[in-house]
Design a protein around this ligand. Structure first.
Ligand SMILES: [Zn+2]
Ligand SMILES: [Zn+2]
Length: 128
């Protein structure tokens, strides 16, 4: 099928834009039923908005503070504010099974027995 460039009106800015033959064939390949409703500019703007602007308000499960996160929390009741999240992450040591380097565990140190006082004290005091 041959496609020809079409001129459409953008739903957002009302500007005319060209729906190119290439795009039309792409749309058909993908099985999209409708032509694009927005010009490429507006589409890009919407996309940018979606990825950067959206913040979700959460209540921290740890300290109760409200905070915003750039993603939709999967489980809002266990979500943490950024501070608690950081704190928690900092606390938990990485568990690396099997490869724990055993460091400097002192082998049985020879217990130093308290030196017995020499029985034979040097007799300093000599009879004069
Ligand atoms: Zn537009
Ligand atoms: Zn918190």
């Amino acid at each position: 099928m041959d496609f020809q460039d079409k001129t459409l009106n953008c739903r957002d800015c009302n500007k005319e834009f060209v729906w190119t033959a290439g795009e039309q064939s792409f749309y058909q390949e993908k099985g999209f039923q409708n032509p694009p409703a927005r010009c490429p500019d507006c589409r890009a703007a919407r996309k940018a908005n979606r990825s950067s602007g959206q913040q979700y308000e959460i209540t921290c499960a740890e300290c109760g503070k409200t905070d915003t996160v750039p993603f939709q929390p999967r489980n809002p009741s266990t979500v943490l504010c950024s501070e608690c999240f950081k704190a928690k992450r900092g606390q938990q040591p990485k568990e690396e099974p099997g490869e724990e380097p055993k460091t400097e565990e002192p082998k049985e140190e020879p217990t130093e027995e308290p030196k017995e006082e020499p029985k034979e004290k040097p007799k300093e005091k000599s009879k004069e």
